[in-house]
Design a binder for this molecule. Structure first.
Ligand code: CA
Ligand code: CA
Length: 524
């Protein structure tokens, strides 16, 4: 760098300073970069929902309009699975389940050609069971560019080199749960972290990613019950692993496993937390945690008025309507979508007629049952918390419109959350004000988590509709793209290309003319 003449020193000072800083930053980047296993680490979507599970992709937005045959770069038929793809360099990794021979698989696919590079088959003695919408390949794999780590509740953890060579494995007992064990591992620095909860065991665990050695294991005291999902992926802030766990959120030192903080909340630990400035935001969802999940049950008078067809003053079995004790609204295509009032529980003397006294008695039972559930909410916890964080130290950003499965996402001061029916809310993190609630147009049950790229938000419905909405407090719905197949997996976005795993295929959609698209495109 040329030394500025003395009389121009003040004039040039900021310029020299700025360039020195840039130079130092460049050196730091070079040093850090050289520690990355692949220099192509820029192309990285390392785990469930990308970098630190944030859901936010670097670079441009994928095209606004896409679908099978439209802005499609390639597609590859795959065995079933709800796991999300993870990506490093030129490779995409997914886990699969072959429904005919019950084989589990880890598949590597070329990002440029969409061709299968390798496949490793995993033979489990027995396949875990779960909810009708569960798949034994629901846990997303994770990669650091040198290795890919897959987890199956039916088997345990498996480590492969990115060339497909099996490095090591940690077998775990077959899980037992109502929902199925769809938890995903993550690699942070030299550690592999996994939160596993089911009726057989319940712990947060860290392994050395190089040797497979167990470094620490925190047995969880909270009792696992059938209502729990415990599918949240652990995230990282500085050196604290943040785990959304059964009825709590906890922070542990990544290297030592020492607990930094914990807080109790009403949650089934289904969605993954997200870092938002100085807070971690958690969608704590709990069965019946808000009024819409516990529809009003009519009085006997109202019931009789509408349903006593023969006007005998009683309700018989064939007059009895469907009433929900607990119901997930707007997700009607999903099986086991709630719990209904059973006629035989109500008709206590079994004479096939419900009397007013029987009904009053049953209403008390429901009331008692419902009172066991606490109000849930979108909560913010200070990232610098220590020890036990009391309820009054937790910020409640919202207690309505909380999604059960899709994780919240943060961008530029706003948290977005989408739930069944495509109901999308935007909340200002600083003021805790809801900026809007709209319908995206993607209908039915939503399992996949929203993602962001190039100023756009992508929401994904279970029936395969991907809505694209502009970011910020004044949303514009840009498009709804139909995959013509169900989609439960959260897509990945790298360099303006969106990778959508449908029930039967993996698709890559991108704009062939996009300047941001760096790969050698095939002129298909
Ligand atoms: Ca009647
Ligand atoms: Ca009766």
């Amino acid at each position: 760098m040329l030394k500025a003449p003395t009389n121009l020193k003040n004039f040039y000072a900021p310029f020299i300073y700025e360039n020195s800083v840039k130079f130092i930053i460049l050196i730091i980047i070079t040093i850090i970069g050289s520690n990355f296993p692949n220099s192509e680490a820029m192309n990285i979507w390392p785990q469930f929902r990308g970098p630190n599970s944030s859901g936010v992709a670097e670079g441009a937005s994928p095209p606004i309009h896409f679908g099978p045959g439209n802005n499609e770069l390639w597609h590859l038929p795959l065995n079933s699975g709800h796991s999300s793809p993870c990506i490093s360099g030129n490779s995409i990794f997914v886990t699969t389940f072959n429904e005919s021979n019950k084989e589990l698989g880890v598949v590597c696919i070329s990002i440029t050609t969409g061709e299968k590079q390798w496949e490793q088959i995993v033979q489990a003695k027995e396949i875990e069971s779960g909810h009708p919408s569960f798949n034994p390949a629901s846990s997303s794999p994770t990669t650091d560019g040198d290795r890919v780590i897959a987890y199956f509740g039916s088997y345990g953890l498996l480590f492969f080199g990115t060339n497909g060579e099996k490095l090591w494995e940690v077998k775990m007992p077959l899980t037992k749960s109502f929902a199925g064990n769809a938890t995903s591992p993550a690699i942070y620095d030299n550690r592999v972290v996994l939160y596993r909860a089911n009726h057989v065991d319940h712990f947060l665990i860290a392994f050395d990613k190089y040797t497979g050695e167990e470094i620490w294991k925190i047995i969880q005291g909270e009792r696992f019950v059938d209502e729990m999902a415990c599918t949240a992926c652990p995230i990282l802030f500085e050196r604290t692993v943040i785990a959304h766990t059964a009825r709590s959120v906890q922070g542990y030192d990544l290297y030592t496993g020492t607990r930094r903080w914990m807080t109790k909340c009403a949650t089934t630990a289904t969605s993954t937390p997200v870092i938002a400035g100085s807070k971690v935001i958690v969608a704590a969802w709990n069965k019946m945690g808000e009024p819409i999940l516990r529809p009003q049950i009519p009085s006997f008078k109202e019931l009789a008025k509408q349903h006593d067809q023969d006007n005998n003053g009683y309700i018989s079995k064939n007059e009895f309507p469907r009433l929900w004790i607990f119901h997930r609204p707007l997700g009607s295509e999903a099986p086991l979508n709630g719990a209904t009032v059973r006629f035989d529980r109500t008709d206590s003397d079994g004479n096939n007629q419900i009397t007013e006294i029987e009904w009053l008695k049953y209403l008390k039972v429901i009331e008692k049952f419902r009172s066991r559930y606490r109000t849930h909410g979108l909560i913010g916890i200070d990232l610098k918390s220590e020890g036990v964080v009391e309820e009054n130290s937790i910020e409640v950003l919202a207690n309505r419109g909380i999604p059960e499965v899709p994780s919240p996402i943060y961008h530029d001061g706003y948290v977005y959350m989408v739930k069944n029916g495509g109901l999308l809310s935007c909340i200002d993190v600083t003021s805790a004000q809801r900026k809007y609630q709209i319908r995206t147009g993607s209908r039915g049950t939503h399992y996949a988590s929203p993602i962001i790229a190039g100023g756009n938000l992508f929401t994904i419905s279970g029936n395969g509709e991907i809505a694209i909405i502009t970011l910020g407090p004044n949303p514009k719905i840009l498009s709804i793209n139909d995959m013509n197949e169900k989609v439960f997996a959260t897509p990945a976005i790298v360099d303006g290309v969106i990778y959508v795993r449908t029930h039967k295929n993996l698709y890559a959609f991108g704009d062939h003319n996009g300047v941001e698209y760096k790969f050698n495109l095939l002129n298909k």
